[in-house]
Design a protein around this ligand. Structure first.
Ligand code: 2AM
Ligand code: CA
Ligand code: CA
Ligand code: CA
Length: 278
């Protein structure tokens, strides 16, 4: 049964991905949601419609939570968890993760689709249409990229670890916190990338290309599919205070497991595990 769910997610992601690939760098309607760094285009909306239509054509009784259905600036993670517990099956959709990159023709964006059953994520797909890489995970059955099994990196020394972070949210809130974390971590690691798509960074942790990813102030749709990928590839996902991942988490740390405590410790020491307004 889980297999047909993930099959549906994959079909939807590929359909939407084809549009994203065709339109990258060519959005014609770019609108600010809450600020000049929080944007939406007609392609985000079209992608969401394609995914919703596909999912509902296969599972008409299921419920959908898509980023572009939610009011700008709303934090939907707690709501997502509540909705997910009530709705037997909830699809959590990010129609373009990395909209800023998509607008700027910086080729690092993806579609993220997860399915939660009574609040637990059971299947997830992250699709990068530029590289045609389809990452998929089914709870208890592992994770793959284009059919090949994924395994997190074996790196256990922070000094050899390549990490990624990001700058979601408000300049004076989450971004400041992310910057504190970045400044605290950068002396201890090989390097840090911030390429602008949380879901794709998480897929890269699952694939062992990165040993860890953290970011403050994300939403359920940024995280749900990517976090399952990391868990199913043998990694560890918590919030930045070290609590287990749930759909309500907004401040995330996902690693290969081996470096998890070291990174947590540095983030905690630097007080980069949350932000003032939360
Ligand atoms: P998005 O492209 O779907 O908006 C960039 O650091 C990452 O944070 C992206 O995954 C981006 O997803 C996400 N993000 C979440 N909230 C954001 C915000 N208010 N501004 C910019 N990026 C945000
Ligand atoms: Ca967005
Ligand atoms: Ca996103
Ligand atoms: Ca998005």
């Amino acid at each position: 049964m889980y297999r047909s769910f993930v099959q549906c997610a994959e079909e939807a992601a590929r359909k939407a991905g084809a549009l994203i690939k065709e339109k990258i760098g060519q959005a014609s309607e770019i609108r600010e949601k809450t600020s000049a760094s929080d944007l939406v285009t007609e392609v985000d909306k079209a992608s969401q419609e394609i995914i919703e239509k596909h999912v509902l054509s296969v599972f008409p009784q299921h419920t959908i939570l898509g980023e572009e259905d939610v009011a700008p600036g709303a934090y939907a993670s707690v709501e997502a968890l509540e909705k997910a517990r009530k709705a037997e099956y909830l699809w959590i959709i990010d129609p373009i993760d990395g909209t800023t990159n998509f607008i700027h023709a910086f080729p690092f964006c993806c579609v993220s689709i997860a399915l939660a059953h009574r609040g637990e994520v059971i299947a997830g797909v992250v699709y990068d249409p530029v590289r045609d890489e389809l990452f998929r995970a089914v709870r208890g059955e592992g994770a793959t990229c284009n059919g090949k099994p994924l395994r997190v990196s074996a790196e256990d020394r922070l000094e050899n670890a390549l990490l990624a972070g990001g700058f979601a949210g408000e300049p004076e809130g989450a971004r400041k916190t992310n910057l504190r974390g970045l400044m605290a971590l950068v002396p201890h690691v090989r390097s840090i990338r911030t390429a602008g798509s949380a879901a794709l960074h998480l897929a890269y942790v699952a694939a062992g290309r990165l040993s860890g990813f953290w970011e403050i102030d994300l939403n359920a749709w940024d995280l749900a599919a990517g976090c399952l990928l990391v868990q199913e590839a043998g990694g560890q996902v918590t919030d930045t205070a070290g609590n287990a991942y749930t759909l309500a988490v907004r401040h995330v740390l996902a690693t290969n497991g081996r470096i998890h405590q070291d990174v947590l410790h540095i983030l905690k020491e630097s007080e980069a595990t949350g932000f003032e307004s939360s």
